[in-house]
Design a protein around this ligand. Structure first.
Ligand code: SF4
Length: 364
């Protein structure tokens, strides 16, 4: 459906038959994702009802289009799609209706008007003046610099726009870089991930529209609400880690029982994202829940991490100090259980402290 940019979001909602109840439910979910007190949902609702649609330019460069796929599969309440639809797609190279000169005119008109949000997906080719990625006869580098000059803020989505992603893996023939390595002097929010979780994009936009500012960021420019917590600390398999119950091979008994995937290469102990809480596919699942270790897709240079090797979490290697799951020969099950529990608790605490210290060291 076409949207009239003179309408407020409340007017758009009414036009599209979205009930107030559905709208308030959406605002409550957004407050939850943003880690705000529930009473802020009302403030979000008031702000969104009265805001006019800001224009958004979505640039897509060197990537697999996974983040656009993520956008198209936004399936929280339909209001989320509506909010993104209303503010987005003034210009989107992959899914906009116009093509050719009409599409480029839309981009130029938006730039001229100014005050728009820019969303960047994909890395930027910088080698040989950016010749390896061109759109409408101009390099991605040139387009990004032009769009960035008049934008209110940039939101990067996915690993490629964050630090270069897979196009930047050695030998990086196109000189692929992320936005933060090219653009300065413009507020930039990074929503990495491979792909980004569209709920985090929706929440970032809602925060911007409600509070007229971007959310608080960590040292890598990622929103704290989405990247402020370690996956390992919120993982449903954490109890098995602390108990020394690990999957040793795909499909083994531990795998079937949902044990910890650390030994299968899970990067949860050094990864920071809200996957365990907001999840994917309408909040039904996430990679670790489905039986595969976290690959730390929101981390810098994650494509170069060996996916199936355990991440070193401390020189003491806490898992090696865990008690065996099976009782030791010649020991009664009760005695083994008591000793095992005591060692397990001690090792679990040591492990948690070690992980915390290691991550702090990495972040420092
Ligand atoms: S290592 Fe991975 S699977 Fe195990 S508890 Fe941590 S995040 Fe969960």
């Amino acid at each position: 459906m076409d949207t009239d940019r003179s309408l407020t979001i409340a007017e758009e909602l009414a036009l599209r038959g979205i009930t107030r109840r559905e709208f308030l439910k959406f605002c409550t979910i957004m407050a939850g994702i943003l880690a705000l007190p529930v009473d802020r949902a009302e403030k979000i609702a008031r702000a969104l009802e009265n805001v006019r649609r800001p224009p958004v330019v979505w640039l897509e460069f060197q990537d697999c289009a996974g983040c656009t796929e993520s956008l198209l599969r936004a399936n929280r309440p339909s209001v989320a799609e509506l909010v993104l639809d209303i503010i987005s797609l003034n210009y989107h190279e992959t899914i906009m209706a116009p093509a050719g000169r009409a599409a480029e005119k839309s981009l130029q008109d938006t730039i001229k008007e100014g005050g728009y949000l820019t969303i960047v997906e994909g890395s930027i080719s910088t080698a040989d003046n950016g010749v390896y990625c061109c759109i409408a006869g101009r390099s991605a580098l040139e387009i990004l610099q032009e769009v960035a000059a008049n934008t209110a803020a940039i939101i990067t989505v996915g690993a490629c726009a964050f630090y270069g992603g897979w196009p930047a893996t050695p030998p990086n023939p196109t000189g692929a870089k992320g936005v933060k390595d090219i653009i300065s002097g413009v507020p930039i929010v990074n929503l990495p991930g491979c792909p980004m979780n569209v709920d985090n994009l929706t929440a970032t936009v809602v925060h911007y529209l409600t509070f007229k500012e971007l959310p608080a960021l960590d040292s890598l420019g990622r929103p704290l609400f989405a990247h402020g917590h370690r996956i390992h600390d919120n993982c449903e398999r954490r109890g098995h880690f602390d108990a020394g119950e690990f999957v040793e091979a795909w499909g083994d008994e531990g795998h079937r029982k949902g044990w910890c995937l650390y030994k299968m290469g899970c990067k949860g102990p050094v990864a920071f994202q809200n996957c365990p809480s907001i999840r994917w596919n309408e909040g039904t699942s996430w990679p670790v829940g489905a039986g595969h270790g976290c690959i730390a897709c929101a981390a810098l240079n994650f494509w170069e991490m060996p996916a199936y090797e355990p991440v070193p979490i401390h020189a003491l290697t806490p898992p090696a100090t865990y008690p065996a799951v099976e009782p030791a020969a010649g020991m009664s099950p009760i005695t083994a259980g008591v000793i095992g529990a005591a060692v397990g608790v001690a090792a679990g605490v040591a492990g948690a402290v070690a992980v915390h210290q290691l991550t702090k060291e990495k972040e420092a």
